[in-house]
Design a protein around this ligand. Structure first.
Ligand code: DGJ
Length: 728
């Protein structure tokens, strides 16, 4: 049993293999957070201390007990306006204008397994999953909050969400509904968040949490390139391999907010959920609002340990079972090879050469539909442009399949150009403010996915294309941030619902398509990695990591992404040199090694490669197949510390049974007479003996992990080393 309730003390204990999460409903019904961290076998309520802190008030029913204050005790889901002055988890306006929410314990239930979340992505149950539902109630306004905890013992993950129910008679207006709130009464933490921009996503930044409030988030209606919905709180001394680390990952692809507050007594509150700025939701009597889920995890084994837990839960319980095992196809994407300039003949030439190289799928990117020879028009008109192609999609797909390749197609379903038949017919289907010119992004507008007729139109239009030809893969793009988030189908009083309803519409469309085409591989994309989040991963087992395909830039992007997400989810392609984004020249070998630590593919004109490059590409693909299982299923380790100022980036994969390892190291700055690049390996068996491929030398696991391994000095820009160790 991973969830236990102790009647006498009111304590709930949620245990995973290595962690304990403890909560207590106290005598006055306040739900207190007792502990989250390394597993212990005791009642942790001794950690709660009561004291009278000035200006921290006391509930009326406890008059005389000045040591009891909502403001000083660790709360499990903080209300607002009734004496806890820290960050609230929930904010509600009652019909009389009051903003007070006072949540008290009203009951609980422990069940085996878990129920799916209607309309939202969720962490799929495992054989071990158990669920705790604690109901809190505000007796005055009739708000009920059902806190859900799904425990995943094997991955050391606790999944939380909240369901807010209006159990009263009058409408309530929700202004904030966080997915989770966690109080850490003791300890000083650093926060690591993942910021970025288009072409440079998920860059970790580590900051000591100051007193007061710090927040990260997105107001773009998308999880965004700029701030990933994932933060880590770690002990001040934590490194990649040692120390306390807590992760908080929101499973949501829309606007989000992660807030932290260090209070007067040094305790830290973490709140994560849908972006409250611009959000409001009318909850009529009897209605419920479900928040997205948050994946909480704790590791005592540093950042690498925490990352491995997220990699496991995502690979095992977030990604659809259909894609959990087996290598994904090596693909070639037409974007950087041809941009908008192609016809079927050119694409078939690419396909023929690609097949000779060992590539397994050809993906036709943007430009095959409507009037679409540049990015100014055509979005929304999902009809094949046979005049441009010179044939039907079926003819093209049949010829590609006849060559022995699979075929994939690009869509950007949630967008529309003003210059499109769709917009001309239904201008009100776009999110635009009345009487105001809309702000454009890449010359396009955003469709109002909150409208069922929009979702139905897209479903029918996409099915018409997908039914017309054999298509095994879809690249699902999203190329602007949302603003003018006004739905012409919602009344004025409900405009605050448009952004979340948009996400529900998108999830519904993805869900319906996958129900109809269960074998369809959808790769998420948003101008690269603008929607790289656990929500999209539920539907799309891989996501194009960045529009920056420069291998040296990708070292940073893929490394940053790896803190939360496994490499098997990261779309990574070998692209041309000089690179189209940076103009940098990088050896083909290095480009191959970097792309191999992702879902491998090519993003270049295959006809433009010399004979020796073609030979090298054939070898890269053979190597990819050789190592595909180790890379996709093995344990991943970053081998250098964040911001260590070094001249190389190193990472490795160790088989789960420790019998094999693949070590990669790329020199990002070559130096004359520099130090030897040096790393300590991880994840091996100390007593086992390993042979390094290509030689006779044998090393013990203990030697490689404690003594490490040094690499020879090299000359020239951006060389890469790859070492393969196998147990003998
Ligand atoms: C942005 C994507 O990230 C690119 O790979 C490409 O698909 C373009 N959009 C096409 O418009």
């Amino acid at each position: 049993m991973s969830i236990q309730f102790h009647e006498e003390t009111g304590i709930f204990s949620l245990t995973t293999e290595n962690t304990l999460y403890q909560i207590r409903a106290d005598a006055s019904g306040v739900l207190l957070h007792l502990y989250y961290g390394k597993k212990t076998d005791t009642d942790m309520s001794y950690l709660i201390r009561y004291t009278d802190r000035g200006f921290s008030g006391n509930p009326h029913e406890l008059a005389g007990n000045r040591g009891f204050s909502l403001d000083t005790l660790p709360q499990e889901y903080a209300g607002s306006g009734v004496g806890d002055y820290r960050l609230p988890a929930v904010q509600v306006i009652s019909p009389n204008g009051s903003r007070s929410v006072d949540l008290r314990y009203a009951g609980h239930e422990i069940t085996a397994g878990r129920k799916p979340l209607p309309g939202l992505p969720f962490v799929r149950e495992s054989r071990e999953t158990e669920t705790l539902t604690i109901t809190l109630r505000d007796r005055v306004i009739g708000l009920e909050v059902q806190l859900k905890y799904h425990v995943f013992p094997g991955q050391d993950v606790i999944v939380r969400s909240a369901r807010l129910v209006n159990a009263g008679d009058e409408p309530l207006l929700l202004e904030k509904a966080a997915s989770a709130c966690v109080d850490f009464p003791y300890g000083r933490f650093d926060v690591i968040h993942f910021h970025g921009r288009h072409c440079m996503e998920r860059i970790p930044e580590r900051l000591p949490l100051p007193r007061g409030m710090v927040s990260f988030g997105s107001r773009r209606g998308m999880s965004s390139h700029h701030s990933n919905p994932f933060v880590i709180l770690c002990g001040r001394g934590a490194t990649e391999d040692f120390g306390d680390c807590y992760g908080c990952m929101l499973m949501y692809s829309g606007g989000h907010l992660e807030e932290m507050e260090v209070d007067q007594a040094g305790s830290t509150r973490l709140v994560s959920g849908i972006q409250p700025d611009g959000f409001s939701w009318t909850l009529n009597a009897g209605e419920a609002f479900q928040t997205p889920e948050v994946l909480l995890s704790y590791s005592a084994e540093g950042l690498n340990g925490l990352s491995r837990q997220y990699h496991d839960i995502i690979r095992q319980q977030v990604i659809a079972p259909r894609w959990q095992q087996g290598a994904r196809p090596v693909l070639i994407n037409s974007w950087e090879a041809a941009y908008f300039d192609f016809d079927a003949e050119k694409i078939l030439r690419f396909a023929r050469t690609a097949k000779e190289l060992g590539i397994e799928m050809l993906v036709l990117d943007d430009g095959w539909f409507g009037k679409r020879d540049n990015d100014n028009s055509g979005l929304g008109d999902w009809k094949v442009n046979e005049r441009k192609l010179g044939c039907s999609m079926k003819e093209l797909s049949d010829q590609i399949h006849a060559l022995g390749l699979q075929f994939g197609l690009w869509f950007e379903p949630e967008m529309v150009n003003e210059d499109s038949d769709l917009y001309r017919a239904h201008p009100d289907w776009a999110l635009t403010d009345p009487d105001r010119s809309p702000t454009l992004g890449r010359n396009q507008l955003v469709l109002d996915m909150s409208r069922q007729e929009v979702v139905d139109y897209l479903f029918d239009a996409m099915c018409a294309v997908l039914d017309s030809a054999r298509i095994e893969y879809v690249k699902w793009d999203f190329n602007r941030s949302i603003c003018n988030c006004y739905s012409h189908a919602l009344p004025a009083s409900r405009q605050g619902e448009a952004a979340h309803r948009f996400m529900l519409g998108t999830y519904q469309l993805l869900d319906r398509l996958l129900t109809r085409y269960p074998d369809l591989l959808i790769e998420g994309c948003s101008g690269g990695g603008g929607r790289f989040d656990a929500g999209m991963l539920y539907y799309c087992p891989q996501i194009w990591c960045s529009d920056d395909t420069d291998a040296i830039e990708r070292l940073e992007i893929q490394r940053g992404t790896s803190y939360g997400y496994p490499v098997s989810t990261m779309g990574a392609h070998v692209s041309a040199s000089p690179n189209h984004q940076t103009g940098r020249l990088t050896p083909l070998r290095t480009r191959g090694i970097v792309a191999q630590s992702g879902t491998f593919g090519y993003e270049l004109n295959p006809e433009g490669q010399s004979e020796s490059e073609r030979e090298e590409i054939r070898q890269q693909i053979a190597d990819y197949h050789r190592y595909a299982d180790l890379i996709a299923q093995g344990n991943y380790y970053r081998l250098n510390e964040l911001d260590d100022g070094g001249d190389f980036v190193a990472w490795m994969f160790a088989a789960r049974d420790g019998r094999e390892a693949l070590v990669n190291l790329v020199i990002s700055h070559v130096r004359a007479n520099g130090p030897f690049p040096f790393v300590k390996l991880r994840g091996l068996k100390p007593d086992a003996r390993y042979r390094l491929e290509g030689g006779e030398q044998v090393f013990s696991g203990a030697a490689l992990m404690n003594g490490g391994f040094s690499f020879p000095l090299t000359r020239g820009d951006y060389p890469a080393h790859q070492l393969h160790f196998t147990e003998i």
